[in-house]
Structures are given as C-alpha cells and as structure tokens.
Design a protein around this ligand. Structure first.
Ligand code: NAD
Length: 278
C-alpha cells in the first residue's frame, strides 16, 4: 500500500459553454488537476474564446477551441469529432452551455423565447450527451488511475440549477429547461452505466456570471435587482466562487466516484435546504 501520486484527473475534458463563466472555471479546474487536453465548445466572440483558452493554457494544459452551437445536431457531432481528432478520446464532458431565457410572467412569455430557452438548456444537453455518450461508449477505459478501481470509459456532468428542483416567479422557461436537464441526466445515466459511462448533474447556487449580470445590474431596476441578489446570497450563506463549481465537477468526474450515477448534486452552500435566509 502506498500513498496516491500523479494527477487527480489525467485525460481529456470537453466543456460546452467553456469560453467563459462557470464552464471556463471547469476547464481551469481540469487543467489544474492534470488533464492533458481541454476542448472548449461555445458560440462566443473571438476575444472571449481567446481569453478562455489563455486561462487554461497558462496552467500548462493544451486547449482546443471549437465554435459550435449546442442547439444544432451537426455542430455538436462535429464538436465531439474535432476533440477526438485532436486528443484521441474524451474522458470527461461537462455540459454548461446555457441561457437564462425570458424573465417575465408566464402569461407574458413569448413562445419563441420559451422555445429558445428549451433549445439551449434542454435540447443542447440532449445533443451534447448524445454525441459524448456515443464516443465514450466505444472507447477503452481511462488509464493511469489507481489499480483496483472500477473501470470508467467516461463521465458526463450536465449543468442543471436550483431551478431543477425549485421555482421562482417569472422563470417558467428556465425552470422547465432545468427540470428537463435533470430528467435527461437520469435516463442517460441508466443507459450509460451499462457501458461504464457515468452521467450525473450538478446544480450550482447563485454566482454572478455574465448570464445573471443583466438581471442583477439592470440600470432600470437596480435597487430591486440588488435586493434580490442579496436575498439569494443570504440564503446561500455567502458569495460563491466560480472555481468552487469547477472543482466539484472535476471531483464528480473521477473514476473513484464510480458508484455515483444519475445524481444531481446541489452545489449551493445550503441554499436548497434552507427554509429561511439565516
Ligand atoms: N450563474 C449562476 O448562478 C448559475 C446557477 C445555476 C446554473 N447555472 C448554469 O451554469 C451554466 C453556465 O452559465 P454561466 O452562469 O457561467 O453563464 P455564462 O453566460 O457566462 O456562460 C454560458 C455560456 O454558454 C454559452 N452558450 C450559450 N448558448 C450556447 C449555444 N447555443 N451553443 C454553445 N454555447 C452556448 C455562452 O456563449 C456562454 O459562454 C448555464 O447552464 C447556467 O444555466 C448558472
């Protein structure tokens, strides 16, 4: 018996929504834990892609950028193929591309806004999981992990939200899309486990990313936006850091999490178990 040594997460990671925000924090966490390659899949502008790539490469990990829209089947199929052409396989996938969608009462929500939200947050998760599973199911198990571990061909982590369990007035489209993400994860997990691919979800609490800035920092409703944010942070216990989500995704992806299948882990400082704001 000896102490463990070597990188925590050797292998290759593919992250949708990886150019910025929580997706990029995951890319950085994989790089820090010894991934040999990271592919970031996004629809961002060149400057954001370049910044996201640099944060990964500054750690000494090769980073491939792939411009692809998760709502388009041909794009997602190509994204997986490009990552495999470059790195030979995908050991860990994190599906974090997402949009907040319309924040308004259901009775005033346009069908097109509803559909766009489902397209990215639900169909995007379906398509990403589909092509990642196809790749992972046919590749060999990851090497370089501790002897005696249950073999793992791949791990997929889908990004849900506290809105995969709870709701907030004015968030019907987002809440429905995140409940869908949770459902896709469960069914895919039961299919993936037969081939030694684990599929799980994480549900972050509240982090002030670019996705939420327009809501919280809306000049027209600044006081209300900031008050709402304060109440979220109080219920969460404190401000959260992006890397706290990144690190959880890496840990959940490891072969030593072998018995964790189809779960939705709330990474929210206690938000969802808190009845009040204390
Ligand atoms: N910030 C939070 O508090 C919070 C909480 C819970 C869940 N989430 C989820 O985290 C994920 C990441 O969001 P974030 O907060 O980092 O915001 P973000 O806007 O910084 O990141 C989202 C990324 O997804 C990309 N994206 C959007 N549509 C896409 C498409 N069609 N194809 C490819 N990429 C696309 C965007 O370009 C962006 O880079 C989302 O799924 C979001 O719902 C965020």
């Amino acid at each position: 018996m000896s102490r463990r040594s070597g990188p925590l997460a050797p292998g290759v990671a593919l992250i949708t929504g990886g150019a910025r925000g929580l997706g990029n924090a995951i890319a950085v966490s994989f790089a820090k834990e010894g991934a040999r390659g990271v592919a970031i899949v996004d629809i961002q502008d060149d400057a954001t892609f370049a910044e996201g790539k640099k944060t990964v490469e500054d750690i000494g990990c090769e980073c491939l950028t792939i411009r692809a829209d998760v709502t388009k089947e041909a794009d997602m199929e190509r994204a997986v193929a490009e990552a495999v052409a470059k790195f030979g396989r995908i050991d860990y996938a994190a599906n974090f591309a997402g949009v907040i969608g319309p924040v308004k009462p259901l009775s005033e929500t346009k069908l097109t806004d509803w559909q766009k939200t489902q397209d990215v947050n639900s169909t995007g998760i379906f398509l990403a999981t589909k092509y990642e599973l196809r790749q992972m199911m046919q590749q060999s198990s990851i090497e370089g992990i501790e002897e005696g571990r249950v073999p793992q061909r791949g791990s997929i982590i889908n990004c849900a939200s506290v809105n995969s369990l709870l709701a907030y007035p004015g968030t019907t489209a987002y809440t429905a899309s995140k409940h869908a993400c949770s459902g896709i994860t469960k069914a895919a997990a039961l299919e993936g486990r037969k081939q030694r691919v684990r599929v799980n979800a994480v549900s972050p609490g509240f982090l002030l990313t670019k996705m939420l800035e327009p809501l919280v920092k809306d000049e027209a409703h600044l006081e209300a936006g900031e008050a709402m944010w304060r109440s979220f942070v109080e219920r969460q216990g404190r401000e959260a850091r992006f890397e706290e989500v990144g690190d959880v995704v890496v840990l959940m992806s490891l072969p030593r999490m072998s018995l964790v299948v189809g779960q939705n882990l709330f990474v929210d400082g206690g938000f969802t178990i808190n009845e009040g704001n204390d």
